[in-house]
Design a protein around this ligand. Structure first.
Ligand SMILES: Cc1cc2nc3c(=O)[nH]c(=O)nc-3n(C[C@H](O)[C@H](O)[C@H](O)COP(=O)(O)O)c2cc1C
Length: 387
């Protein structure tokens, strides 16, 4: 077993163990992948202030996100097809999150259903909703999330239509994989993945199949998205769904100050500053570059969460210091899951926790809730001057 010391190690193992079409699905951005790349490279431009001779005892990474106690302010982001990276992946990730004491978010496009995850865990989880044209389906899935005791609805507002990811088209991404000579050749080298997959009956989009009318070729994510996602989604829809849900609402996918103000007007509990991990509008600015202006605009009125590009505890610290109350991680835990199942997700959380804790200490701080801009060195032109 290789010695795993950072998230990149998990990524290497994930690449080796999961079928190519699923690793590529995780490891891609839309079109040229500029935004995908800059999400991570822009973090590197921010540096840390080393402080010395401060008491480092009794440190704490505990905080709250939308009023929920968390062992560290890092939630697992909703990730479609997680159960294809590793059999029953959503259940494994939810269990790892529960044990660690951080929130898990289940995607609409998951393999394990809301009921599957509910049956396998005790802690309330968050449910992420994509708005479909079929209102009955949407109302029904909201009711199912309520029944399962989900403690927040994460409404994703940046994917009415799907950004094109070249690799998914070239690989013929589907769940379960369609057996072509190319996929068979690749699957033959992933026998451990295949054996585990044979051991579960959860191999398709179980939140949807059996719940939505007239499901066409459900296995192909891109064609189903094009057919079913509601391109007419607007602020009135958001208000209607907020009413329907009646609980804590998190709006995910805000990257613009004006949209952040609208989100405050509609009365959500938190926003997630996010560009969907660089998978939607290629050419948009990195999420971390947009964070400070959004915090300045609405940080006093709504809880600001952040995602896109976090690969370490240092990145978490930078986002918190720039004003995020908490963050979500996507690929960082998916690499862990694809590498080693539930133990890999736990490993990813442990790595990030340790990096966050150590960095905080070396910056002279003991409490994650007190992190502020003072711990950072941010280049003057970091946010850029864009006209
Ligand atoms: C493979 C993959 C699938 C995703 N599926 C969803 C999804 O179903 N719903 C959603 O709201 N966001 C989805 N996202 C976006 C994540 O929730 C999150 O915004 C993104 O991964 C953050 O960037 P990071 O991966 O750099 O941490 C997905 C991201 C990835 C990588």
């Amino acid at each position: 077993m290789p010695v795993i010391t950072n998230i990149d190690d998990l990524k290497r193992l994930h690449r080796r163990r999961a079928p190519k079409m699923f690793f590529d699905y995780a490891e891609s951005g839309s079109w040229t992948e500029q935004t995908f790349r800059e999400n991570t490279s822009d973090f590197d431009k921010i540096r840390l202030r080393q402080r010395i001779a401060t008491d480092m005892t009794n440190r704490s990474t505990r905080s709250t996100m939308i009023g929920e106690e968390v062992a560290m302010p890092v939630a697992l982001a909703p990730v479609g097809m997680t159960g294809m990276q590793n059999a029953d992946g959503e259940i494994k990730a939810a269990r790892a999150a529960e044990k660690f004491g951080v929130p898990f978010t289940l995607s609409t496009m998951s393999i394990c259903s809301i009921e599957d995850v509910r049956g396998a865990t005790k802690a309330p989880f968050w449910f992420q909703l994509y708005v479909m044209r079929d209102e009955e389906f949407v109302d029904n899935i909201i009711a199912r999330a309520k029944n399962a005791g989900c403690s927040a609805l994460v409404l994703t507002v940046d994917l009415q239509i799907l950004g094109q990811r070249h690799k998914d088209l070239k690989n013929g991404l589907s769940a379960p994989p369609k057996l072509t000579p190319r996929t068979i050749a690749n699957l033959a080298t992933k026998w451990a993945w295949g054996l585990e997959m044979l051991g579960t009956h959860r191999r398709t989009f179980r939140n949807i199949v059996g719940h939505a009318k007239s499901v066409g070729d459900m296995s192909s994510l891109s064609s189903w998205t094009a057919e079913q996602f509601d391109p007419a989604l607007n602020w009135d829809t958001v208000a209607r769904l907020k009413e329907k849900w009646g609980g804590k609402l998190i709006l995910k996918g805000i990257l613009d100050v004006e949209d952040a103000r609208q989100a405050v007007n509609v009365g959500c509990d938190a926003i997630v500053v996010s560009n969907h991990g660089g998978r939607q509008l290629d050419g948009a600015l990195s999420s971390i570059r947009m964070l400070p202006s959004i915090v300045r605009a609405v940080g006093d009125e709504v809880e600001v969460h952040f995602d896109s590009g976090i690969r370490s505890g240092q990145d978490v610290l930078k986002a918190l210091a720039l004003g995020a109350r908490g963050v979500m991680i996507g690929r960082s835990y998916i690499y862990g899951l694809g590498a080693m199942g539930q133990a890999g997700v736990t490993k990813a959380l442990e790595i990030i926790h340790k990096e966050l804790d150590t960095t905080m200490a070396l910056c002279g701080r003991r409490d994650v809730t007190t992190l502020d801009r003072d711990v950072l060195l941010v280049p003057e032109d970091f946010e850029g001057r864009w006209a």
